[in-house]
Ligand binder design. Structure first.
Ligand code: ADP
Length: 530
């Protein structure tokens, strides 16, 4: 799939130069254990994404030294921060033979400003590190973490990851970047371009075009510092759960939810999931079904009876602010959902007056993430198909209208069933859109299941693409296919991206193929163009 890879002579020579620049402990050359850079959830076709080694710089100067070697040898690099891009390829590169530029050793929290509510971090800072720092220094600031807290703050924000506090749109909290360009130049965006400015993490604009976005989900540069707004700790949090009894309640539930989000009555990303998705976090499917294909409807019913579950859809969200605000918001939310027969809603209030403020609500399970506490609850999902469960994420953006969501839900459900895959449906409601996240689970060692999983994703991308529905994020194997769907005016956007790519990275060394953007030197490797 990835075409020609660099010759072994060139790779050997590059590693000699890299070791001279970074020291032996900064390189993992051919022959080293490179398993950390493989996609942990390999499936049919993903064995093409193998690196020839990795480099682990400790400073901006070492990043520049790596770039010099890569430019000279014409060897592609694949940048990761901690490489936990689960469901999208992990730390594996798009191009066979690329060297992974692993930024995990640049892991300093450079600054946290409590008064102005921001942090400035390097790529290797993980959610768990930033959280530990905030707690250790007893700062009254909250971060926002995705469902798995092991990855990097920087990588996740660049990939437009989402969390569950009011600051859950991570990319929107970015304020100021430091970027090393392919040619080795170091750029600071926004106010960071002004020597001595103390507003780099306060004003996103600066003077002239806003360039932060150029480095999101991109292969235009290597981000070495990222400014991120943090949330002042609120006086209270109400952890809320709503349950809807019938499968057909989805339409009304989405309409009510979307309106509550748009009006900012619900201030954070709210997640609604079907019963299969919820149960998948609790127990392996083999408890109810071990047969071929997707779980039949009657088994799902049996599972619900068995677990005493009376609902079909479960919605989780938080409300934030002073106690009076929490109570008022909760009443409005209750009233809004009461239009749906049988809907039940509960709220669990946590006030900051406890001994350690709101962090008294650090219990296992979803409420933690509503307070931005990094956790690993999402990992439970991966036991649903046994110990060798792999997963691929299907992540289209859907308009927040009940009718549209129901239509998409029915379509995806039908395709999942045709491919023998259980449909774990989940929709995360942002202020103005829904992200439909469908973790496609399969047994990694079952050839039929892995190829069904890949075929299902392929089908969904193409079919929904024709209807104007596109994904926001993609596994390596599907980056080109998804890019293919964004085709307005004969791929004008791709042409613009590739014009920028060629100007910024003349030798085409930075993450070729990322997001379907290829440099001139390897453009022929775009899937389907050979
Ligand atoms: P995680 O933070 O979840 O471990 P990764 O480190 O794998 O995620 O990063 C996810 C993606 O973000 C990478 O595949 C890469 O495309 C991009 N990325 C990560 N770090 C950087 C960086 N320092 N500069 C530019 N892009 C990056």
């Amino acid at each position: 799939m990835s075409g020609a890879s660099p010759s072994s002579v060139r790779i050997r020579s590059a590693f000699e130069h890299l070791a001279a620049a970074l020291g032996d402990d900064g390189v993992l050359g051919p022959g080293s254990d490179l398993s950390a850079y493989e996609d942990p959830y390999a499936f049919a076709g993903s064995e093409d994404f193998r690196c020839s080694g990795a480099v682990l710089p400790r400073s901006v100067e070492e990043v520049q030294a790596v770039l010099a070697v890569a430019n000279e040898h014409g060897i592609p690099l694949w940048t990761v921060s901690t490489g936990r891009n689960l469901g999208y390829g992990g730390a594996a590169p798009r191009v066979n033979g690329a060297i992974v530029l692993d930024m995990q050793r640049m892991n300093r929290i450079l600054e946290v400003d409590e008064e102005h509510g921001y942090a400035l971090v390097e790529p290797g800072v993980r959610f768990v590190d930033l959280y530990a720092y905030l707690r250790e220094h007893r700062l009254k600031l909250w971060m926002s973490a995705p469902s798995l807290g092991w990855g990097s703050v920087l990588g996740n924000a660049l990939e437009r990851g989402i969390g569950y506090t009011p600051y859950g749109d991570h990319a929107a909290q970015i304020c100021g970047l430091e970027v090393v360009l392919a040619i080795g130049d170091v750029v600071r965006t926004g106010m960071g371009a002004l020597p001595g400015a103390n507003t780099w993490q306060m004003y996103k604009g600066g003077y002239g075009p806003s360039l932060d976005g150029l480095f999101l989900q991109s292969n235009f540069g290597i981000v070495t510092k990222l400014g991120l707004w943090l949330m002042p700790q609120p006086a209270g949090l109400m952890s809320c759960v709503a349950r809807f009894q019938r499968e057909s309640d989805l339409e009304a539930a989405i309409d009510v939810l979307a309106s509550l989000r748009r009006r900012e009555i619900i201030q954070s990303n709210a997640q609604i999931g079907n019963v299969v998705r919820e149960v998948a976090h609790r127990a392996p499917r083999s408890r109810w079904y071990d047969g071929p294909g997707a779980m039949p409807d009657e088994v799902i019913e049996e599972m619900r009876r068995d677990l005493g579950i009376g609902w079909w859809w479960l919605l989780r969200f938080g409300l934030y602010g002073d106690e009076e605000l929490l109570d008022a918001r909760f009443r409005i939310v209750q009233r809004a959902f009461s239009s749906i027969p049988g809907a039940e809603i509960t709220g669990d209030k946590h006030l900051a007056s406890g001994s350690d403020g709101l962090y008294a609500c650090e219990v296992e399970g979803p409420p933690r993430r509503l307070a931005g506490v990094p956790g690993f609850f999402g990992l439970n999902l991966l036991k649903f198909r046994g110990d060798d469960c792999g997963h691929l994420d299907f992540s289209p953006i859907v308009a927040p209208s009940g009718r549209e969501v129901t239509r998409v839900y029915e379509l995806v459900k039908a395709r999942a069933r045709e491919h023998g895959i259980d449909y774990l449906a989940g929709f995360t409601a942002s202020e103005r859109h829904l992200t439909h996240i469908f973790p496609i689970l399969y047994d990694k060692h079952d050839a039929e299941q892995t190829s069904n999983a890949a075929a299902l994703l392929d089908t969904l991308i193409r079919e929904l693409g024709k209807q104007g529905i596109g994904e926001y994020r993609a596994h390596l194997a599907f980056m080109d296919l998804i890019g293919e769907q964004y085709s307005f005016n004969r791929h004008a956007l791709r042409r613009l991206n590739e014009t920028l790519k060629d100007a910024l990275d003349p030798n085409g060394i930075l993450s070729p193929g990322k997001q379907g953007i290829w440099p001139a030197a390897s453009r022929r490797q775009r899937a389907g163009t050979r």
